[in-house]
Design a protein around this ligand. Structure first.
Ligand code: IPM
Ligand code: MN
Length: 371
């Protein structure tokens, strides 16, 4: 398959982790005989420094004409600590989502048995968790009208949703549920918010078309609690933009590290793949950032183009690296490997068509040549 992939490394650890994800895709292209073409562009704080614009037009054009976008991370502390900054890195990502029409953000949450004890939650509560969050991405309070009065004493963020915006992601979420355990939970705040009541009404009407899927509802405050108390109850969670942002960070605790959670953002035409974590500025350039979320996002990219075997090759390699403890320090505090070394190891596994020789019994870590 021929694919043009726009690479937007962004800020902080973005470039280091994205480099590893690109490495995986190149390795996959070699092994499975695909033609992947990569083109880099600037976004976020980096783009503000260079062009005074968090999403330069050239970057947007490149993304529009590419088959997919591989995104790193965005954000810089100098803006976080300055509420008066008018130009902010995050605006780059938000505008990109809007311009590309990426209305559905898909965030799977799974566990790796080797990592269960990394989570502060008890093993019996989280072992076997397998859910996916469908977060609406181009509407709601993120994109409503904003204002601050002249005296800086009062501010507004408007939350708006149209039926059309709710419908299009709802269909995707139901379709996903049909392929999974056939359960969909709509998370909202319908006891307080008008927009949430519109979500309930719209989703309930659509549910008739998917009678094999069980639909239930949870208020977001309760959902936040259930996520910790009994996360196994969830299959597909459907929710609006802000609730999805918050719940997906919370859900990452189940996997043991936010450095493991990948995401796909899809629209009618374009698609973007990014880890859910931020730019982790404290770790920039130290080689300690976990590249797995970016690498698993690359696997989601392959899935998106129905390259199932290729995506599986990446996920299998990730699983092997976790089982062998060839991981960064967030996962393996004792003998950790650098961001790049983890990438190299996975690259080695992917290029090695027959990696059945690697298993926990016969592997002597110290003698692995690819490390
Ligand atoms: C995310 C991030 C973004 C969001 C920020 C960087 C704007 O937290 O992708 O979850 O809030 O959507
Ligand atoms: Mn977030």
């Amino acid at each position: 398959m021929k694919l043009k992939i726009a690479v937007l490394p962004g800020d902080g650890i973005g470039p280091e982790i994205t480099e590893q994800a690109v490495k995986m895709l190149k390795s996959i292209a070699d092994r499975f005989d695909h033609d992947f073409h990569f083109e880099k562009a600037s976004v976020g704080a980096t783009a503000i420094d260079q062009f005074n614009n968090p999403l330069p037009e050239a970057t947007l054009d490149l993304c529009k004409e590419s088959d997919a976008v591989l995104f790193g991370a965005i954000g810089h502390p100098k803006y976080d600590n300055d509420p008066s900054a008018k130009i902010r890195p995050e605006q780059g990502l938000l505008r990109l989502r809007k311009e590309l029409g990426l209305f559905a953000n898909i965030r799977p949450v799974t566990t790796y048995s080797k990592l269960i004890d990394l989570s502060p939650l008890r093993r019996e509560r989280i072992e076997g968790v397998d859910m996916v969050i469908y977060r609406e991405l181009t509407g709601g309070i993120y994109f409503g009208e904003k204002s601050l009065n002249e005296e800086d004493t009062s501010a507004t963020d408007v939350c708006t949703y149209s039926v059309m915006e709710i419908e299009r992601i709802t269909h995707l979420a139901f379709k996903a549920a049909q392929k999974r355990r056939k359960k969909l939970t709509l998370v909202d705040k319908a006891n307080v918010l008008e927009t949430s009541r519109l979500w309930r009404k719209t989703v309930t009407a659509i549910a008739k078309e998917y009678s094999d899927v069980q639909l239930d509802f949870l208020f977001v405050d309760n959902a936040a609690m259930q996520m910790i108390l009994n996360p196994k109850q969830f299959d597909v969670i459907l929710t609006e933009n802000l609730f999805g942002d918050i719940l997906s960070d919370e859900a990452s605790v189940i996997s043991g590290s936010i450095g493991l959670l990948a995401s796909a953002s899809v629209g009618k035409k374009n698609a973007l793949f990014e880890p859910i974590h931020g730019s982790y500025p404290e770790a920039t350039g130290k080689g300690i950032a976990n590249p797995l979320a970016a690498i698993l996002s690359a696997a989601m990219l392959l899935d998106h183009f129905h390259l199932t075997e290729e995506a599986k090759a990446i996920r299998d390699a990730v699983e092997i690296s976790i089982n062998l403890n060839i991981c960064t320090q967030d996962i393996n505090n004792e003998y950790h490997y650098s961001t790049e070394k983890v990438g190299d190891f996975l690259d080695g596994l992917i290029s090695e068509v027959d990696n059945s020789f690697i298993n926990n019994e016969n592997l002597n870590l110290g003698q692995m040549t690819i490390i």
